[in-house]
Design a protein around this ligand. Structure first.
Ligand code: SAH
Ligand code: SF4
Length: 387
C-alpha cells in the first residue's frame, strides 16, 4: 500500500511570501531531503537534519553540528526554525505523575496550548496487552498526549469537552509533545519501555491525517514501537474504517471508549452515539486486522449510579462476548471535574463490577487514577493553571 508523506513539502525555500515559516519539526526525512535538494544541497543533508531533530532531539538549527556552519546560518537567515513544541509549565502530583502545559511555535499561551501527561508507573491500562507477556518488573512509564486543542465530541462526563474544539494539532505538534516529554524524562528510546497513549485532549480520529502522520514520524524517525502505542476513540466509525486499512507494522493498538452497556445509556452520556451506535462501531472494529496476540481494549468509565450497576456489568460482558473480538475491558472510575454533575462510583461498586466481569470470563483491568490532585487524570485535561 502506498503511504502518504508526513506532510507536504514546503518548496518555498526563499520565503518570498515574507511570512513566518512552518516549523521543520513534523517533516519526515524524505520531505527534509527534498527541501534541502530544492535549496541546492545534497539529499543526505535532509537525513542529517532528521537525525538531529528526531534522534538527538536538538531543538535549534545552530546546534546541528553535522551540518556545515554556512548551511545552518543560511537556514536561520531564511527564517527556518525547528519549532518543536515546548513544555511551558509542569505540575507534579504526589504520585509522581506530571502534567505539562505544552506551547506550540507561534501559539499564544491561552488560545493554543495543549496538555500531555507523564505517568512513571503507567496506570494499569497496558496490562493484558500483546506487549505485556514478558517479565513483570520493567518500567511501565506512560506518556499521554493530545491530538487536538479541546474536543468537539461533547461527552457529558469529560472536562475537555467543555473547551469545545479550538483547533487540530499538526503532525509535528502531536509527535513533538512526545519528544518534549521523553527528553525531559531522559528516556532512552530502544532501551526504556515507555508506552504512549493518544488519550489526552481531543478525538484523534477527528484529526485522522495528522494523528497518523504523527504515528509514522514517531515510528520511523523517532524509533518508537507502534506495539507500545494505543489510540483511543470515542467511536468515530469512518476513522475506524480508515484505521483498518493501515499497515499493522505502523499503527498503534486500538481502544474504544465504550463507557455504557447499551445504546440508551450511551446516547445520553455520549451524544455521538446517536450518529454511530454501538453495533456500527463494533462492525467497523471487526474489520481491523489484528497482530498476533493483539487485543482491542474497551474503556469503560464508571459513573456512580449511571453505569456502575451489576446489571450493567453483565450487559457489558454479553456485549463483549457477542462482538467476537479478542478484547479486554479497562475500567476507569470517573474522575470529577468542576461543573460536571456526575458522581464517582463507590470503591465497592468498582470492585463488584470488576468481579462480575471476571466471573463472566472477560479479561478486565482497573485503570488507576493518576495525578488527580493536579487535574492530570483521564478526562480532566482542560489547561487548568492551578497545580
Ligand atoms: N477522545 C478519545 C481519547 C481521549 S479521552 C476518547 O474519548 O476515547 C481518554 C479516555 O478518558 C476515554 O476513554 C474517556 O472515556 C475517558 N474519560 C473522559 N472523561 C473522563 C473522566 N472524567 N473520568 C474518567 N475517564 C474519563
Ligand atoms: Fe472528546 Fe474523548 Fe472527552 Fe469525549 S471523552 S469529549 S471524545 S476527549
Amino acid at each position: 500500500m502506498r503511504e502518504k508523506p508526513a506532510q507536504l513539502v514546503p518548496l518555498d525555500v526563499t520565503n518570498s511570501s515574507g511570512g513566518s515559516r512552518e516549523p521543520l519539526f513534523g517533516l519526515d526525512a524524505d520531505s527534509l531531503s527534498r527541501l534541502l535538494v530544492a535549496a541546492g544541497e545534497p539529499a543526505f543533508r535532509g537525513k542529517q537534519m532528521a537525525e538531529a531533530m528526531y534522534r538527538q532531539w536538538l531543538s535549534e538549527i545552530p546546534e546541528i553540528s553535522t551540518l556545515p556552519v554556512t548551511l545552518r546560518e543560511k537556514f536561520v537567515a531564511e527564517g527556518w526554525k525547528i519549532g518543536r513544541p515546548v513544555i511551558a509549565r509542569a505540575f507534579q502530583s504526589v504520585d509522581g505523575t506530571e502534567r505539562y502545559l505544552i506551547e506550540f511555535e507561534g501559539s499564544t499561551p491561552k488560545g493554543k496550548s495543549a496538555e500531555a501527561v507523564w505517568m512513571p508507573e503507567g496506570d494499569g491500562g497496558e496490562a493484558g496487552d500483546e506487549t505485556d507477556t514478558e517479565a513483570k518488573d520493567w518500567s511501565r512509564a506512560t506518556v499521554c498526549i493530545s491530538s487536538q486543542v479541546g474536543c468537539a465530541v461533547n461527552c457529558q462526563f469529560c472536562l475537555t469537552a467543555k473547551l469545545g474544539l479550538q483547533r487540530n494539532l499538526t503532525a509535528g505538534e502531536i509527535a513533538g509533545q512526545v519528544v518534549a516529554v521523553l527528553e525531559r524524562q531522559s528516556v532512552r528510546v530502544g532501551r526504556d519501555r515507555e508506552n504512549l497513549v493518544f488519550m489526552g485532549m481531543g478525538e484523534p480520529f477527528l484529526n485522522y491525517d495528522n494523528f497518523m502522520a504523527a504515528v509514522r514520524l514517531l515510528v520511523r524517525e523517532v524509533g518508537l514501537s507502534p506495539r507500545r502505542m494505543t489510540v483511543s476513540t470515542s467511536g468515530i466509525v469512518p476513522g475506524i474504517e480508515r484505521f483498518a486499512l493501515e499497515p499493522t507494522n505502523v499503527r498503534p493498538k486500538l481502544a474504544i471508549s465504550l463507557n455504557a452497556p447499551n445504546n440508551t445509556i450511551r446516547d445520553e452520556i455520549m451524544p455521538i452515539n446517536r450518529k454511530w451506535p454501538i453495533s456500527e462501531i463494533i462492525a467497523a472494529v471487526r474489520r481491523v486486522p489484528l497482530r498476533p496476540r493483539e487485543r482491542i481494549t474497551f474503556e469503560y468509565v464508571l459513573l456512580g449510579g449511571v453505569t456502575d450497576r451489576p446489571e450493567h456489568a453483565r450487559e457489558v460482558a454479553r456485549l463483549v462476548r457477542r462482538s467476537g473480538l479478542p478484547a479486554k475491558v479497562n475500567l476507569i472510575a470517573w474522575n470529577p471535574g468542576p461543573g460536571i454533575a456526575y458522581a464517582m462510583p463507590s470503591p465497592e461498586a468498582v470492585a463488584a463490577f470488576h468481579k462480575l466481569l471476571i466471573e463472566e470470563g472477560i479479561p478486565v483491568y482497573i485503570r488507576q487514577p493518576r495525578g488527580r490532585d493536579i487535574f492530570a487524570a483521564c478526562g480532566q485535561l482542560k489547561r487548568t493553571l492551578e497545580a
